[in-house]
Ligand binder design. Structure first.
Ligand SMILES: Cc1cc2nc3c(=O)[nH]c(=O)nc-3n(C[C@H](O)[C@H](O)[C@H](O)COP(=O)(O)OP(=O)(O)OC[C@H]3O[C@@H](n4cnc5c(N)ncnc54)[C@H](O)[C@@H]3O)c2cc1C
Length: 540
């Protein structure tokens, strides 16, 4: 007997929503498996957006599995000083939840986190969220047409799995010899150690990406010395961040149409960026002039200016916005180090030129596992194949969301949906519409599963890679946009409205549409390794 009870059950401790709990055999005993129609991983913009859209569509049978203890994702984790968005807040927010209260053009982390907290409450999705539930494994079960999901706090089964685990959620720790032997304080910018006081310390910052340029100006005045280890200088343009006046906020509150107009204006202004990045890379020369003038205006020392002048076409790596990064680098207590790090010792860093700098604290601003996110090893489709197996040539998906051989799986902002010029929330909302429409089609046709056809996925990716060739990202720089084999598997090579049009409706012609083959809840789980666990995942 595979199932001894199938009662409706109201779980009053972690949620006030009704759940199917099925008692199923596992190993030598039994375990409680929560069955839902949709399981969502992550409670950032993607996961919350999906949850809200399901709720609005009248579907309550879903759960959000979040490893952290709060919603917000990126905006819960990145609490470093100066953390803020670099796309104007009026666009970097849900279109269905405008916020007239944004305080600045580029709102600080706390405001964005609070916005997401409020969205979770306002749309009533919090009862669906299970905090502390890291997803350790998700395996497709062909017989029951379900995803069998192991979390750090027990198993779940879901017809549809939506991965909203975030492209920039797993901090990347560089392989620098001796880093593990460093005896001082060491942390990644995405896991800022607020308990540690940097005042007067000798601090090393490794990396000059989007995070470093935000926090370096904040900490430079209070540290003793700051050594900024730079591999490649970024292109930096003026940020032009402004407070949003009280009058303007009142107007947005009273006349939402004014805020919508502002959002639309920002959207189209930003889309011009795609024109240069994707279709006309030579146009970047004009922007390079602006960035050079910015550098010249802020850095008088020719030697420092030379170190900070990029040698690749602007846009090939992410373009950064800052008004205070260069001035911070001109401070007497700040040094820009361009020699490569040879090794880290217990209390110092030694560069290739043989210079040893005593260091008290190392801050890693070294980015994230983007194309090699660890969750890709944990998701197993047909025949037990992991996403990493399917992606030996680099991540690839249909519309950045569906992968052949992984039925009923949707990856939010998956391969080739990243952007160099505008709001990721726009892409997220495009995908939400697509997934929702897929669920409707499945309902209407009584389907058990949909699986994108390999030929559709290949044709789509061939097209993207063809288009990629003429973009600025193919102009010859190394960047985190590229997978190990050099393919750009991260960015969307087009205007975002084109992606919106392509994802407006689910397109059955590109999928194998599989009828329901078995009633759910009828299979032993023990063969899927879903014995109950507690604590973190086995490979975390
Ligand atoms: C510092 C910073 C600034 C940024 N600024 C901008 C910006 O200005 N504009 C822009 O468009 N984009 C920006 N981004 C990109 C940003 O990541 C996206 O815009 C967006 O926040 C992604 O939302 P998400 O929900 O997909 O992922 P995330 O916000 O990363 O959320 C993912 C969630 O999934 C959870 N999770 C991951 N793995 C598991 C697991 N195995 N089990 C359970 N839970 C899991 C995580 O804990 C997290 O809560 C920025 C990113 C960073 C890091």
């Amino acid at each position: 007997m595979s199932q001894i009870s199938d009662a409706r059950y109201a779980n009053a401790t972690s949620a006030q929503v009704e759940e199917d709990i099925v008692i199923e055999p596992a190993g030598d005993g039994w375990e409680r498996v929560r069955h839902v129609r949709v399981a969502i991983v992550g409670a950032g913009f993607s996961g919350l957006g999906m949850a809200i859209k399901l709720k609005q569509a009248g579907l309550d049978d879903f759960v959000v599995l979040e490893r952290g203890d709060d919603v917000g994702g990126t905006w819960r984790d990145n609490t470093y000083p100066g953390a803020a968005c670099d796309v104007p807040s009026h666009l970097y927010s849900f279109s269905f939840a405008p916020n007239p209260h944004w305080s600045r053009t580029y709102s600080p982390q706390r405001e964005i986190r609070d916005y997401l907290r409020r969205a979770a409450d306002r749309f009533g999705v919090r009862p669906h969220i299970r905090f502390g539930h890291e997803v350790c494994d998700a395996s497709w079960d062909e017989a029951t047409q379900q995803w069998r999901i192991t979390t750090a706090q027990g198993p779940f089964a879901a017809r549809v799995l939506v991965l909203g685990n975030g492209p920039l959620a797993e901090p990347s720790i560089p392989a620098i010899p001796g880093l593990d032997r460093f005896a001082g304080t060491l942390f990644h910018s995405a896991r800022w150690d607020h308990g540690h006081d940097l005042t007067g310390e000798r601090v090393a910052v490794i990396g000059t990406g989007a995070s470093a340029i935000q926090f370096v100006p904040q900490i430079a005045p209070s540290v003793g010395r700051l050594a900024l280890f730079q591999r490649t200088p970024p292109w930096i343009v003026p940020r032009l961040d402004r407070p949003i006046s009280g009058r303007r906020r009142t107007l947005f509150r009273a006349a939402p149409i004014a805020q919508r107009a502002q959002r639309t204006a920002i959207y189209w202004q930003r889309e011009l960026g795609a024109l240069a990045l994707v279709y006309r890379p030579p146009m970047m020369k004009a922007a390079e002039k602006i960035a050079r003038a910015h550098l010249e205006a802020q850095v008088a020392d020719p030697a420092l200016r030379a170190k900070l002048t990029p040698s690749y076409t602007m846009g090939c790596k992410r373009i950064l916005l800052s008004d205070d990064f260069y001035p911070a680098l001109t401070r007497d207590n700040v040094e820009v180090v361009t020699d490569h790090i040879r090794e880290v010792r217990a209390q110092s860093i030694v560069t290739e030129d043989g210079i040893e700098r005593p260091i008290d604290t190392i801050i890693l601003a070294t980015g994230f596992h983007v194309t090699d996110n660890p969750i890709y090893q944990r998701v197993h489709g047909r025949d037990g194949r992991a996403l990493t197996d399917a992606w030996r040539e680099g991540p690839s998906a249909y519309l950045g969301a569906a992968v052949a051989g992984f039925p009923n799986l949707f990856i939010m902002i998956g391969p080739n949906t990243g952007l160099g010029h505008t709001s990721m929330v726009f892409m997220i909302e495009s995908q939400l519409a697509y997934i929702l429409d897929c669920l409707r089609v499945m309902d209407r046709r009584g389907l058990g599963a949909v699986d994108v056809r390999p030929d559709a996925q290949d044709a789509y990716n061939d097209e993207l890679q063809r288009r990629m060739r003429r973009t600025v990202w193919a102009s010859g720089c190394a960047s985190w946009y590229l997978a190990a084999n050099g393919r750009n598997t991260t960015l969307w090579p087009g205007f975002t409205w084109e992606y919106r049009l392509r994802t407006r409706r689910f397109d059955p012609a590109n999928y194998d549409m599989i009828p329901k083959t078995a009633p759910i809840n009828k299979r032993r789980l023990s063969s899927y390794g879903v014995g109950s666990q507690s604590g973190a995942c086995y490979d975390a």
